[in-house]
Design a protein. Structure first.
Ligand code: NDP
Length: 484
């Protein structure tokens, strides 16, 4: 009997997703370039599945392809970039018109569009599907962000809806849009993830360094926060991290204090920023999170600079309880700013590419399965429900109210980090984003535009008319109207 679906690429993600698919009752054929991983996957299926007969491993690609029901759907979970091209090249001669390939990797969206176009000439459908939630998500229910032709989505929707994480308002999957829209949304998801992690990291630093909280107290604070507006996977794991002791030294201290302060990155945060810059969408929270990782990697330089550069030595506050509440406010408000940036980047690209995106649904499918899953996403969904064309989440009535009530604490935290000389780049970048956005007139921009006209005759408009002017600032100061 033929399998419902096929999957190529049995590393961490592929193995777990394939097991998830079989567990939901869909027969699946699997293949991996090196056959040892196929053996591993089949062995896991024997041990983990109620009905291991639904799971068939193949070591020959032709036999693999022929074992799948037509029109075939084949999910690919190999390393992004050249390995995806190599896998497509190997698969395509074995496929027939009407078959479909779904790339579930973290692929650059334009690669998906290029492949999709090339394959459509052969009558093969192609989708780029973001998969979030790491190993656990893939195995027990990820958030899925499929992009590509509507027809392709329709044919795999029944499977994807079953294997995705399930939340109160449905499975964490929907058809994001055409082309590379699914990869794009996954990429921004990861950029937002950078922001969330950095913001929590800064909350930890302030509470520890200025608040003087002990690891036990920190664990309690994060546990408490996880019961309210900040309830999320990342806050939950942070609470757990605070409680884990160092078993290597075995000296009773907490492990997080022993971890080398150098943060790695695999590229999707960088892609998010490249996109933000390319499209001119201000994204300072995400940018500062990426910069924080780059700065962290300068460990040796920082250690040397510590001896040379002077600054205040942070003093521990006597108002610990008040600080905890202020930091909670700062974290929440900054998070709103960060999501406003990410959603606006998605929105802008969607408009430029005619993707016709549903931002509220995108927020909804992030509620479960993925790393940024959070209660808070319901509010974003509701905000776009109130107004799908919202220019910024910041001006949604609910968020605007929340930002208003959070801002005193938020400002106190940012001021404190500045005066005590500790770093909270994402808190302060978020606050300045908020303050810039809410100022109807920006004097610094008036001056910069004047400077541009002064030295480069770049022209300017005035506040009181719509005409275009140039002034001979450096000679007689006379202004001419250039156009309207
Ligand atoms: P890897 O990214 O480590 O990729 C390993 C797989 O790629 C193996 O099946 C490997 O085959 C195959 N491969 C590598 N080079 C080639 C090649 N030249 N030709 C054919 N196949 C090749 O696996 P992951 O499971 O970690 O990730 C898969 C995808 O999912 C990636 O795009 C990743 O970014 C994304 N992703 C990963 C997450 C994670 O938590 N790990 C989370 C979300 C997305 P072989 O065994 O023969 O070497």
């Amino acid at each position: 009997e033929l399998s419902k679906i096929g999957l190529v690429g049995l590393a961490v993600m592929g193995q777990n997703l394939a097991l998830n698919i079989a567990e939901k009752g869909f027969s699946i054929s699997v293949f991996n370039r090196s056959s040892s991983k196929t053996d591993d996957a089949v062995a896991r299926a024997q041990g983990e599945l109620e009905d291991p007969a639904l799971f068939s491993g193949f070591k020959d690609m032709k036999e693999f392809v022929e074992s799948i029901e037509r029109p075939r759907s084949i999910i690919m979970l190999v390393k992004a970039g050249a390995p995806v091209d190599a896998t497509i090249e190997a698969l395509v001669p074995l496929l027939e018109e009407g078959d479909m390939i779904i790339d579930g990797g973290n692929e650059w969206f334009e690669n998906t569009e290029r492949r999709s176009e090339a394959l459509s000439k052969k009558g093969i459908m192609y989708m780029g599907m973001g998969v979030s939630g790491g190993e656990e998500g893939a195995r027990f229910g990820p958030s899925l962000m499929p992009g590509g032709p509507e027809e392709a989505w329709q044919s795999v929707a029944p499977i994807l809806k079953k294997i995705a994480a399930q939340v109160d308002d449905g499975p964490c999957v929907f058809h994001i849009g055409p082309g590379g829209a699914g990869n794009y949304v996954k990429m921004i998801h990861n950029g937002i993830e950078y922001g969330d992690m950095q913001l929590i990291g800064e909350a930890y630093d302030v509470l520890r360094t200025i608040g003087g909280l002990t690891p036990d107290q920190l664990a309690d604070v994060f546990t408490e926060w996880n019961k309210g507006d900040l309830k999320s996977f990342l806050i939950e794991i942070t609470a757990n991290i605070m409680a884990i002791k160092d078993d290597v030294a075995g000296d009773g201290s907490v492990l997080v204090e022993k971890v080398l302060d150098k943060t790695g990155a695999k590229g999707t945060g960088m892609w998010t920023m490249e996109e933000a810059v390319r499209r001119g969408v201000p994204s300072p929270t995400i940018a500062s999170s990426l910069d924080a990782r780059y700065l962290s990697s300068l460990k040796e330089e920082r250690v040397a600079a510590e001896e040379i550069l002077k600054g205040p030595t942070p003093a521990i506050t006597s108002e610990q309880k008040a600080l905890v509440e202020d930091v909670r406010q700062a974290l929440y408000a900054s998070k709103v700013c960060s999501y406003a940036q990410g959603m606006n980047l998605i929105k802008q690209t969607g408009v430029e590419n005619n993707w016709d995106l549903n931002l509220g649904e995108i927020a909804r499918i992030w509620k479960g399965g993925c790393i940024i899953r959070a209660q808070f996403l319901d509010r974003i969904k509701e905000a776009y429900g109130r107004n799908p064309e919202l220019s910024s989440l910041l001006i949604d009535e609910q968020f605007a109210k929340e930002l208003e009530s959070a801002q005193e604490g938020w400002r106190r935290v940012v001021s404190l980090t500045v005066s005590e000389g500790i770093t909270a780049p994402a808190f302060s970048a978020s606050l300045s984003y908020y303050d810039s956005y809410r100022r109807g007139r920006l004097p610094s921009s008036q001056l910069v535009q004047s400077q541009r006209d002064y030295f480069g005759a770049h022209t300017y408009k005035r506040l009181d008319t719509d005409k275009v002017y140039h002034t001979r600032w450096s000679s007689d100061g006379v202004t001419e109207v250039i156009g309207s």
